[in-house]
Ligand binder design. Sequence first.
Ligand code: CS2
Length: 494
Amino acid sequence: MKKSIQLNQANLQQVESRMPVPNYSRASDKIGIVHIGVGGFHRAHLAYYLHQLKNKGEASAWGICGIGLREADTKLHDIFKNQDHLYTLLIKHPDGKIKPEIIGSIVDFKMGVTDPEPVIARMAHADTRIVSLTITEGGYNFNPATGAFNFDNPEIQKDLLHPNSPITVYGFLTEALKRRRAAGLPAFTILSCDNIEHNGDMVRKMLLTFAKEQNPSLTKWISEEVSFPNSMVDRITPATTPADIETLEQNFEVTDAWPVTCEPFIQWVVEDEFINGRPDFEKVGVQFVPDVGPYEKMKLRLLNAGHSVLGILGAIHGHDTINACMGDETFVSYLRAFLDQEATLILGNIEGIDLKDYKDSLLERFANPNIKDSVSRICSESSAKLPKFLIATLHDNLAIEGSIKFATLVIAAWCYYSDKGMDRHGHPIEISDAMSTELHQAAKQTISDPLAFIRQEDLFGNLIKKERFTKLYAKAIQKIYRDANIKEYMKEMI
Ligand code: CS2
């Protein structure tokens, strides 16, 4: 029996007998992209597109340097060091097949937490032409209801006072741009790849607000020289489990401490606003369009919202994975009803897209039995996700007298989830959310004040003042708090 091979550059030739490996030289790559937030999604998406382009013999000026801005990134830093920044992508097909491939487009990784200077220097380097971001919906430091920059964040306060040793993304970007201007270098493109409507416009607004406070004389240069394309990104990327590492080792005989798993589907729609050049991503299927708005909205309000609908309701019912939810007829009918009756009408017509086909394909992707995307991943950081994915749709439907009942039950279920932290059988649910304490505090008042949870204006805006919503919400709360038999209440509605 062959022995499992440790993944690293020196062993690539041996690994090649087991799975495809990069066919390009990595040593001579220039670093053209600095990427902040190297989670599974980045490794399955932008880094994968770039890897495909490099496999075609292109884009040698576009290696990626990953950046970790959180203590927790030390784990990836150390693993990458041991593996020469190589990792395996395990593409999981619905028929049970797993197609592994070694990805080589990331060539360096730096920890900004422990040593900010090399990170600033890398961003300020003449070769760097794009700084891309996957820092999660919660990472942008804005108030979810008003969109205003949050100056109360103590890390932002520190960055305002100490420009040379930044902690936040805005501190790093501003300092690096300051140095580029001083050196007479062109700026870079800031490319947000997070699930936020108008993600580029939003990061532009946040960065300019921060820079105006820290270094007012730089603001004009940033606003004129930096570009911020909006982009819609899509690929379901479940969290890596120990079983994935084991499968790779046993079935494919490659040892990789942190492979990434994903579905076969991949999509990226981007506005072509790159002030300092870009790789020829269109050669590997990326779509460049003048206005990404309609595509972003479609994806957030259908796919991401659909995930949250299944996730929150599934958590209370006791389903562990999204595909388990899709194996449950009630969940499928409920999801389809939400998508058709509440989320679709507000989208209008989107050029080149048949929304019915899009929804059919979503349902198939969610049902992929091989993907095992956990309900806990979907429910994590709901306070950053739901305002964009679901609460926005509620506001839109309230304004046009549209249906709101399916989304309302989900909000009531989220209150129960935040209050009790357990499913209908009383099994504990682990809640991972930057706002979990606030959510719990608000939700636990429900017993004396049924509307307590939705009084959190930062999350819900003025929903509390909309009687059509509050009436339905109060009824839903009454039912869920009676016995948490969520499926019964879902059935009553479909
Ligand atoms: C998910 C997304 O975070 C979530 O709740 O909906 O991570 C989703 O899997 C991706 O956006 C798919 O592109």
